[in-house]
Design a protein around this ligand. Structure first.
Ligand code: C2E
Ligand code: MG
Ligand code: MG
Ligand code: MG
Length: 282
């Protein structure tokens, strides 16, 4: 008879759905317990300012060092946290970690602190208060907060993201479009959305070869940013020829292994002392 087969199939499907749910709950739980157990850390990657010839700021990058597993790739656990609706609590946790780290720094006012903000967070009603709390808690250092958002955020916007950006920019926060050129951003969004920086994805930067091959897409992105009065940040700069190419075309900020790798706060503090002119750190 077909009945046992149907029953088995039904039970199998139900079990599959159940397992999926259990796994979802458990990943959320894993993230929550990892936060409680302090398994997350922030690494800071210095950003070089070509005009001043020195480190102008850092990008905060999340790291998850799982006991017995090692470092989990950020793009993987961030995507999972987004899918499980955990990216907002995780980012709030990151902000607390940055606040703690900044107490040990002696960077000048307006030192840039870049924080990556996921689309769901950008378009949430709580973003403004999350960032205001952060600003209040790091007020002693008076950093310039740069929210790094992606092209995805602009496309998904229902109006709340734009409103959040308007409120925060009026309070001195700046906004960067991250990984520019890799998403599906229509160029018209750039005219509509008030942003300050354009971060060129490392894929375009790494197309710059010592051999001097042409890089038409990169060149057009730089020109576009300049026409829109946006400062350009190049990420993934690994070689001197890449650095020379970019700076000779007016790219203001350079980020990449050539200048410095991301590092924990305890390493960044002495690094910054070595890389800032004597007497400039307050
Ligand atoms: P992203 O925001 O574009 O960050 C830049 C990535 O490029 C970082 O990877 C950085 O370590 C890497 N990088 C920097 N210089 C070089 C270089 O010269 N060469 C190469 N090959 N890579 C370089 P990371 O730390 O693995 O982060 C990957 C992505 O994960 C980030 O890309 C960002 O999208 C996401 N992410 C990391 N931390 C956070 C976070 O706190 N919140 C959110 N929402 N996303 C985060
Ligand atoms: Mg970024
Ligand atoms: Mg980027
Ligand atoms: Mg990138």
């Amino acid at each position: 008879s077909y009945l046992p087969v149907a029953l088995l199939l039904g039970a199998g499907l139900a079990y599959g759905a159940y397992r999926l749910q259990v796994n979802r709950l458990s990943f959320k739980e894993q993230l929550r317990s990892a936060m409680r157990a302090n398994e997350f850390q922030v690494y800071y990657q210095p950003v070089y300012g070509h005009l001043s010839g020195q480190c102008e700021g850092v990008e905060a990058l999340m790291r998850w060092n799982r006991p017995g597993v090692g470092f989990v790739r950020p793009d993987i656990f961030i995507a999972a946290a987004e899918a499980e609706e955990m990216i907002i609590p995780l980012t709030q946790h990151l902000l607390r970690l940055i606040e703690r780290d900044l107490q040990t720094w002696s960077t000048p006012p307006d030192f840039h602190i870049g924080v990556n903000i996921a689309p769901e967070h950008l378009s949430s009603a709580g973003l403004v208060s999350d960032i205001q709390t952060f600003m209040a808690n790091v007020a002693a250092r008076h950093p310039l907060i740069v929210l790094e958002i992606t092209e995805r955020s602009l496309i998904a916007d229902s109006g709340q993201a734009r409103q959040n950006i308007d409120v925060l920019r009026a309070q001195g926060v700046r906004v960067a479009i991250d990984d520019f050129g890799t998403g599906h951003c229509s160029l018209s969004y750039l005219q509509k959305f008030p942003v300050d920086y354009l971060k060129i994805d490392k894929g375009f930067v790494q197309a710059i070869q010592d051999s001097g091959d042409e890089t038409p897409v990169l060149d057009v992105i730089i020109t576009l940013a300049q026409r829109l009065n946006l400062a350009v940040v190049a990420e993934g700069v690994e070689t001197q020829p890449q650095f020379d190419y970019l700076t000779s075309r007016g790219v203001a900020f350079i980020q990449g292994y050539l200048f410095a790798r991301p590092m924990p706060s305890a390493e960044f503090v002495p690094w910054y002392v070595r890389h800032s002119p004597p007497g400039s750190a307050s």
